[in-house]
Design a protein around this ligand. Structure first.
Ligand SMILES: [Zn+2]
Length: 116
């Protein structure tokens, strides 16, 4: 039985396809959804699978049928138990012309190590 070097929990890497910061244990990039290669010796035994979806929030907004274009920015912030912001990201910005809309979906997946 190999004891291989386990990926430390929470360790990240850069997706070679889209350059997003992702979990080292991810087998599919959550940003661009490309399948990723990884060093099997280093990670295979600790490769985590999506275990459950912690939350999924969806909302839509729409410009009225008339009027000047609007601008918007989509910001996601993550805080720890002490209320300290550990991440804050502008996910997208853009403009809405008359009668245009956007739908924003935020999802959080939680990964647990395989059962022993
Ligand atoms: Zn990617």
């Amino acid at each position: 039985m190999s004891t291989g070097r386990a990926a430390p929990t929470g360790k990240t890497r850069i997706c070679p396809h889209c350059k997003s910061t992702i979990l080292e244990s991810a087998s599919v990039c959550p940003a661009c959804q490309h399948h990723l290669r990884f060093d099997p010796k280093a990670i295979v035994e600790r490769r985590m699978q999506p275990t459950f979806s912690a939350l999924r929030v969806e909302g839509a907004f729409r410009h009225p049928p008339h009027g000047e274009a609007w601008e918007y920015s989509v910001v996601v912030s993550v805080r720890n138990d002490r209320g300290e912001e550990v991440a804050r990201k502008v996910v997208g910005v853009g403009a809405l012309n008359a009668n245009e809309g956007r739908t924003v979906t935020l999802s959080v997946d939680v990964f647990k190590p395989p059962e022993k």
